[in-house]
Design a protein around this ligand. Structure first.
Ligand code: NDP
Ligand code: ZN
Length: 399
């Protein structure tokens, strides 16, 4: 279906235009010959462009908006690539509750630093930097102090769609955009030898699966099930195979059986094929579920051995939440442990990125242009199970 690309100037953001010709090109031109291509408005806010959902039903348009000024601890990143995570789709579809539109989603962000604040120490202009699912937190609560900013007791500021109490309660806007301003604490240094077009999905899909694998201490010979073999799932398979685990993949079609084997999984279970499910009971040490829809939790628990553990990562829509029959949980599946896990802290994200690049572990990506129609088509393909395995938007193609 043809949709006209329209440029919308959003009124909820500070207005652009009065001082458009004030630009920062001179500021950083001397360092590494990297030029800051972005202009600021009269209030010092950074002029930005992005692909936004302008209403609920995957209605995308290119918009102009502004981001808060580059503070002394902030960096300005020119975004080169942005991954499309299923969470983006849940968010703009209102799967987890209402979103405010227009909303620029995207929390798998890879780019280049084009400006640094006066107190920044971790980055210099020209470095490659990534941003994942969060952009701020209180820094003082027990979870922040333990490098678990994603569980900030005073409220994590997530990369998009969140009220940013550190910046006049503006709504955070994500990575399907030409730039982002972020505190250096929440930016990840991307090693210069990384494969840039593949690195963005590590910032969410990578760390979200890497983290529970560390928590469960998965090691060589362990038997791990990965349920849901998409963006997150195929990262979990790669990390676990690298550690020497025996991985069984669970998905709902035959389409990815060969891919699972190519990635080193020892078994593929199509849960819609009853014969695939035979003789699986009490066989696995661990399961990681990345399923984004309703599924039978007790079925998976029954596949775990006693004392086995199941990590839940997938967040289905509110009206498709899996529930659990506690009689089965006790009588059939007693002594299995189940826990949820949200992304990973900043320290762990840096560790994951360094590990992934050093071990050549990357997502399989399909690169698309930064056009509203291309994003809409990509979303439909993710929903229809037609992507292998992650779409990445080439933000340099944004017009
Ligand atoms: P994808 O769409 O890329 O992958 C989901 C996979 O699950 C697909 O392969 C899909 O199959 C498969 N699947 C769907 N239904 C079932 C089912 N009933 N049983 C088994 N497999 C199934 O999504 P992502 O990997 O990007 O995200 C997965 C989920 O994780 C989302 O809900 C997302 O919001 C959540 N998430 C959670 C995070 C956290 O911090 N906990 C962080 C990031 C994401 P097919 O391709 O055939 O449709
Ligand atoms: Zn994500």
């Amino acid at each position: 279906m043809f949709k006209k690309t329209l440029i919308i100037v959003i009124t909820v953001f500070a207005l652009i235009g009065c001082n458009n010709n004030q630009n920062n090109e001179q500021i950083n031109a001397s360092q590494n010959d990297v030029v800051n291509p972005f202009t600021t408005n009269a209030n010092g806010r950074v002029n930005s462009k992005g692909i936004a959902a302008v209403s609920i039903n995957m209605n995308f348009a290119t918009i102009e908006f502004t981001r808060h000024p580059v503070g002394e601890n902030d960096i300005l990143i020119e975004i080169l690539y942005a991954g499309i995570c299923h969470s983006d789709i849940h968010s703009i579809n209102g799967d987890w509750g209402n979103s405010s539109y227009p909303l620029v989603v995207g929390h798998e962000i890879a780019g280049r630093v084009v400006q640094v604040g006066s107190a920044v120490t971790k980055f210099k202009v020209g470095d490659y930097a990534g941003v994942g699912c969060m952009v701020n937190s209180c820094g003082e609560c027990v979870n922040c102090l333990n490098n678990q900013e994603q569980y900030c007791l005073n409220g994590t500021i997530f990369t998009y769609g969140n009220v940013d109490r550190f910046h006049d309660n503006e709504i955070s806007q994500g990575g399907y955009s030409d730039n982002i301003v972020v505190s250096e604490k929440f930016a990840i240094l991307i090693p210069s030898n990384a494969q840039m077009e593949k690195v963005a999905p590590l910032l969410c899909a990578g760390v979200t699966t890497y983290s529970p694998i560390q928590v469960m201490k998965i090691k060589s010979g362990d038997k791990l099930g990965v349920a849901g073999f998409g963006g997150l799932g195929h990262m979990a398979v790669q990390y676990a195979v690298k550690l020497g685990a025996e991985v069984t993949v669970f998905d709902i079609t035959e389409d990815k059986r060969e891919d699972a084997s190519n990635m080193g999984a020892v078994k593929y279970v199509n849960v819609n094929n009853p014969s695939d499910l035979q003789n699986l009971g009490d066989t696995l040490d661990y399961i990681i579920s990345t399923i984004p829809a309703r599924y039978d939790l007790n079925m998976y628990l029954s596949i775990l051995k006693r004392n086995g553990q199941m990590a839940i990562l997938g967040i289905p829509p509110a009206n498709q939440m899996p529930s659990i029959n506690v009689v089965d949980l006790i009588m059939r599946n007693g002594s299995r442990k189940i826990f949820g896990s949200a992304i990973g802290g900043i320290k762990e994200t840096q560790e994951m990125l360094d590990y992934s690049v050093a071990n050549d572990i990357y997502p399989e990506v399909e690169i698309i242009n930064a056009e509203p129609r291309a994003v809409e088509e990509a979303y439909r393909n993710v929903i229809d199970g037609k992507v292998k395995f992650r779409y990445v938007i080439d933000m340099k193609t944004l017009n």
